[in-house]
Design a protein around this ligand. Sequence first.
Ligand SMILES: NC(=O)c1ccc[n+]([C@@H]2O[C@H](COP(=O)([O-])OP(=O)(O)OC[C@H]3O[C@@H](n4cnc5c(N)ncnc54)[C@H](OP(=O)(O)O)[C@@H]3O)[C@@H](O)[C@H]2O)c1
Length: 347
Amino acid sequence: MEALVCKKLGDPTQDPNDPASPVVLEKNQPIPELKSPTAVRVRVKVTSLNYANHLQIQGKYQEKFSLPFIPGSDYSGIVDAVGTAVSKFKVGDPVCSFAGLGSFAQFIVVDEADLFGVPEGCDLVAAGSLPVAFGTSHVALVHRAGLSPGQVLLVLGAAGGVGIAAVQIGKICGAVVIAVARGDEKVQYLKSLRVDHVVDSGKQNITESVKEFLRARKLKGVDVLYDPVGGDQTKETMRLLNWGAKILIIGFASGKIPVIPANIALVKNWTVHGLYWGSYKIHRPGVLEDSLRELLSWLARGLITVNISHIYSFSEAGLAFSAIKDRKVIGKVMLVADGGKTVRSKL
Ligand SMILES: NC(=O)c1ccc[n+]([C@@H]2O[C@H](COP(=O)([O-])OP(=O)(O)OC[C@H]3O[C@@H](n4cnc5c(N)ncnc54)[C@H](OP(=O)(O)O)[C@@H]3O)[C@@H](O)[C@H]2O)c1
């Protein structure tokens, strides 16, 4: 089978057809076998490229993997083979899931307990892009922050993978949603999602623009900060937070880890939530599974939309990583496991 194999740490934007690249496209990887009676083999259709994959290949992620490894986390596809004791799935079923590693391949093997059926009416490509981005934002906003109607939610990196998900989930929860993104195209897309206020961080001062909006709407401040960016944006937006605000620490796309002063957190009664979605799989698997089921049902009912701005074959993986690195992605960038010939998407 074809798979993208990380052979050394380095820049993933290089051409995977070049054997000297850190990530190499290999055409003769063994097809993984069913190793237990409850194992299911999935023929991957699409797999998501997440910011974390970009960090993993550079060796900058919080978890380190021994080389060589096949990167990749969330994916969708069709059941290709089932173990003798599998009861929930049969060959041909559309499914999606996520793994620690291994989805940048034509086949992946998973236990049936870790697999989700893609419901009728759900686009298979959209389902493959859902788990990490929407899963993270859903667990953060619904489970951790308990976002409620009328609260003010401020989303940084709002046109990125987790950001667009946070914006949509915020609207579903009935929050007043303020989004921060850079550039006209991203701002226009966010406006199309009926976001209450969008700040173009390339042109506007974030604090001034948000304060002006809050004044006009007679709102005091921000109740929940969703932060996948870190650095200066976190520092700047802390001035906007209400008494009792919740800060969701999601990631550091800016490359800078922010400092949240404990004395101000004390005086203002803030709660800081560090959130590592993948670790719920070990510590609270039920929360993660319920969350993904709810998201799939929202997707099937058209309550959420996945925007895929870039889609590439495995042999174009370098371009896919460049899109993330150059901040060009609006929503998701996806890799098609079979070269894009057979994927049919309604998106
Ligand atoms: N905690 C978890 O469990 C979890 C789960 C998923 C993702 N994450 C983390 O969340 C972060 C965002 O992930 P994502 O998948 O949404 O990534 P993404 O699609 O690349 O979006 C990141 C956004 O950050 C903004 N940004 C601001 N400064 C940036 C900079 N210097 N370089 C790059 N981007 C910058 C960009 O928006 P503008 O260009 O509009 O400013 C971009 O749209 C990453 O750090 C990722 O590791 C964490």
